[in-house]
Design a protein around this ligand. Structure first.
Ligand SMILES: O=C(CO)[C@@H](O)[C@H](O)COP(=O)(O)O
Length: 217
């Protein structure tokens, strides 16, 4: 399993420190939540933040675009140093084109589905993507409660990957903690985004280890 701390819950006045803290604790990706105030109500991190943290970590920057018409922003995130860009199927009429634009940047491409969106909406691009992000809360903020009904979508994506020989990683995002991680791992997820659980913990490293312990539980 891989762990991707979400810097949405980091200390924005000390982002360098919080990114390095994640890397030192054994994280695999740094998850960057970009929100535009349209696709979701909140406005958060943009390409300038990706550019600012890029020199401070060797970890892949995993950029989750919660923005309307993400096609317009892919090039800016890629130039800023993104290694993975994921776009919501609900945010564009042109999901295939958006994924091709990401691949043209020679970086990894992901597609994202909200808790209320079925896997069938992305079936036609599953052979094209490197990552499928299943939102396990509704996007917009950290610290929400994990939505149990998303588990069956994770299992279905695992089944489809096996059946068709696809190669995507299954990432989950929202409400991941030591209380939920095992069920999500058993359902078939590979990459676990965690924000408030890690950055809110008294000991970041111990909290991250607790997540990884689910593999041996
Ligand atoms: O994309 C989002 C929220 O929209 C997430 O990445 C959150 O940052 C996850 O936060 P926690 O639920 O882990 O606190």
């Amino acid at each position: 399993m891989k762990i991707a701390p979400s810097i949405l819950s980091a200390d924005f006045a000390n982002l360098e420190k919080d990114v390095k803290r994640a890397e030192a604790a054994g994280a695999h990706y740094i998850h960057v939540d970009a929100m535009d105030g349209q696709f979701v109500d909140t406005i958060t991190l943009g390409p300038n933040i990706v550019h600012a943290i890029r020199p401070h970590t060797k970890l892949p920057l995993d950029c989750h675009l919660m923005v309307q018409n993400p096609e317009k922003h892919i090039s800016a995130f890629a130039k800023a140093g993104a290694d993975i860009i994921s776009v919501h199927v609900e945010a564009t009429h042109h999901i295939h084109r958006a994924i091709q634009l990401i691949k043209n940047e020679k970086i990894a491409a992901g597609v994202v589905i909200n808790p209320g969106t079925p896997v069938s909406t992305i079936e036609s691009v599953l052979g094209d993507v490197d990552l499928v992000l299943v939102m396990t809360v509704n996007p917009g903020s950290g610290g929400q409660t994990f939505i149990e009904s998303t588990l069956s979508k994770i299992s279905l994506l695992k089944e489809l990957r096996e059946k068709h020989g696809y190669t995507y990683e299954i990432e989950v995002d929202g409400g991941i903690s030591d209380k939920t991680v095992k069920r999500v791992l058993d359902a078939g997820a590979d990459v676990f985004v965690a924000g408030s659980y890690l950055y809110g913990a008294p000991d970041f490293q111990a909290a991250l280890k607790k997540l990884r312990d689910a593999e041996n539980a």
